[in-house]
Design a binder for this molecule. Structure first.
Ligand SMILES: Cc1ncc(C[n+]2csc(CCOP(=O)(O)OP(=O)(O)O)c2C)c(N)n1
Ligand SMILES: [Mg+2]
Length: 597
């Protein structure tokens, strides 16, 4: 058995797992890891951003684009505490990363050395991180590392992927032992679960019988790489597809069968079809409040009047919000392949959805008639629709959009048409501000030959503006479109609606005089060495974006967007105890749905 330091073993194990990057920040706790990374620097690259939050968002986005994980490295105490929020983003959206954290030396456990958390237990980072990872491991001797690393990487990628933590005490990086490198973990999707023949037969019976079926897809379809199978199945049977944000692009959203996203910030045809369907086939989707209109019947869905087939790899998601008529514990791609095979056995029967598709076409036309005129309006400040439309016009189909959080994101939810999987990154389950602004760096490292554009609210960007330093230091050519509306406008709008039109703490002002304030983002970018332009007229945005993408270097576009134009509601998002009272576009109530409040 080779004699190795703990940190050497970790480094070699990362390399053996084809992990090309470690995103992390130094501290005294993890210096022992830096030297082996230096020795192996032509096989694994350390990227050191200016905040641990950025490192973990980068790792998250890297995985979403490539479906291969990278590692983060943070020091003991505060450095590792800084990754809690991005780990929560990754966990709630089933994104994987190996978070290596450092801790105090084992011989000092419980003596309250510098940066130990020990109120309830020694070196207690594992209890800080526990709710936001699939599993945390704390090997306290070098000979415990092989098992911990193998279990951690396997757990990270098996079943429903997610972040894992390996917490390494200071001495374990440095000490030596005779240790064998464990075998690498099986890559994502090596082991897939499937449905039983009876379940598949039953599901297809229900699907072929349905007159108004809808497929609802979520991140599970993206993660299982089931785009081809989904497309074949939906097209063979003529079933329209509704997508959650992290499923977007698995089915070409320009296709006539694509209805877009559902819920308050979804598209009208999706909500109209969702609530009128006689059967919903949900695959790798979890019916969260924002894609289920807070579960109020008749807004987005209408269970139990509508029948539900729900397939997911995670039993915790089956029936969490709507008890399925048929719940199937299966990987999305396997499930779709099984359905296609069964359909083939039955002579490739076609669906009976002609009338239903005519309905959906009518709703699409109604929605288009309502929304399209605004896409052509030029104004200063710029109308939100124009920013979305010009991004769509300029960016190629394989460009990656790293969306941050806020009303800017709502506009993309409603109107962006992703055409390929893994091109539209969203922090959906946790909505961590900074995800898109920072994640864009990781996305670009995962796909160096494709344009990567971060859509960042002015609030989100200001949370992690040092991403620009990292882009310069490592030459990562990301374009940041700063959606500058001079405030936390998504929250301001909720505040105005709930509290008599009063604004407090939700807009950016200079002193007491209520003059809108923001830094000059372009000047700020230039100070970091990043090229930048300020865009205040809609006529200028398209050309500016083309220029920035073509420049192929880090670029900031400070785009002044009208804060007073709001996305239309097509479903609901209720926050109890406040009753939902936004007008809902085109809402026509179903007799068996709850009455209008
Ligand atoms: C880290 C974090 N803090 C606070 C929030 C709550 N929050 C959600 S959206 C938002 C405002 C976003 O502002 P901005 O980035 O300017 O986007 P806008 O809504 O103005 O388009 C806030 C504060 C959050 N989701 N994440
Ligand atoms: Mg804003």
């Amino acid at each position: 058995m080779p004699r190795m330091k703990g940190a050497e073993l970790i480094t070699e194990y990362l390399i053996a797992n084809d992990i090309p990057y470690v995103f992390g920040i130094c501290g005294h706790g993890n210096v022992g890891m830096l030297d082996p990374l230096y020795q192996a620097r032509d096989r694994i690259t350390l990227v050191s951003p200016r905040h641990e939050q950025v490192a973990a968002h980068m790792a998250d986005a890297y995985f979403r684009v490539k479906h291969k994980p990278v590692a983060t490295l943070t020091s003991c105490g505060p450095g590792s505490c800084n990754i809690i929020m991005p780990l929560a983003c990754a966990l709630t959206d089933s994104s994987a990363m190996l978070a290596i954290t450092a801790n105090v030396p084992t011989s000092q456990f419980n003596r309250s050395p510098f940066q130990e958390i020990n109120k309830h237990y020694q070196a207690d980072f594992v209890n800080i991180v526990r709710p936001v990872v699939k599993r945390s491991y704390q090997p306290t001797r070098v000979d415990m590392l092989p098992l911990a690393l193998r279990q951690a990487t396997t757990t990270m990628l098996s079943g429903r992927p997610g972040p894992v933590n390996v917490d390494v005490p200071f001495n374990v990086f440095q000490e030596e032992d005779d240790v064998e490198l464990p075998p690498p973990a099986p890559p994502l999707n090596t082991q897939r679960s499937g449905a039983s023949p009876e379940e598949i037969a039953g599901a297809l019976d229900m699907i072929l019988k349905a007159e108004r079926p809808v497929i609802f897809i979520g991140h599970g379809v993206t993660l299982s790489e089931a785009s081809r199978e989904l497309t074949e199945f939906a097209k063979k049977l003529g079933i329209p597809v509704i997508s959650s944000p992290n499923g977007m692009g698995c089915f070409d959203m320009m296709d006539r069968l694509s209805l877009g996203f559902i819920g308050r910030n979804g598209a009208f045809p999706a909500n109209e079809a969702g609530r009128r369907a006689d059967l919903v086939v949900a695959i790798g989707a979890r019916f969260d409040d924002r894609s289920a209109s807070s579960w109020m019947p008749g807004y987005s869905w209408n269970f139990p009047a509508t029948k539900l087939i729900h397939a997911d790899v995670d039993p915790a998601e089956l029936g969490r919000n709507y008890p399925p008529d048929l719940g199937i514990l299966a990987d999305a791609r396997t499930f779709l392949r099984q359905l296609l095979a069964e359909l083939g056995r039955r002579g490739n029967k076609s669906g009976n959805t002609k009338a239903w598709l005519a309905d959906t076409a009518k709703w699409r036309a109604e929605w288009d008639n309502f929304t399209k005129p605004n896409f052509d309006l030029h104004a200063s400040p710029i109308r939100p629709e124009r920013v979305v439309a010009d991004c769509q016009a300029v960016l190629p189909d394989d460009a990656i959009l790293a969306c941050d959080v806020g009303v800017n994101h709502n506009w993309y939810m409603q109107f962006w048409k992703a055409r390929k999987p893994q091109t539209m990154l969203n922090s959906w389950g946790f909505s961590g501000m900074g995800f898109g602004t920072a994640g864009a760096l990781g996305a670009k490292l995962a796909a160096p030959d494709r344009p990567v554009v971060a859509i960042a609210g002015d609030g989100c960007f200001t949370m992690v503006p040092h991403v620009l330093c990292t882009a310069v230091e490592y030459n990562i050519p990301v374009v940041w479109v700063i959606w500058n509306n001079f405030g936390w406008v998504s929250i301001r709008d909720i505040q105005l609606g709930m509290f008599g039109g009063r604004e407090h703490g939700t807009m950016f002002h200079q002193g007491d005089n209520k003059k809108p304030y923001n830094p000059d983002f372009a000047a700020w970018a230039r100070a970091t060495g990043v090229e930048a332009m300020t865009v205040t007229k809609s006529q200028d945005f398209k050309g500016a974006l083309e220029h920035a993408v073509k420049a192929n270097k880090p670029f900031v576009l400070d785009v002044h967007v009208d804060a007073e134009v709001r996305p239309p509601s097509t479903g609901a998002w209720e926050l109890p105890p406040t009753p939902y009272n936004e007008p809902v576009f085109g809402q026509r109530w179903l007799p068996d749905a709850a009455p209008v409040k």
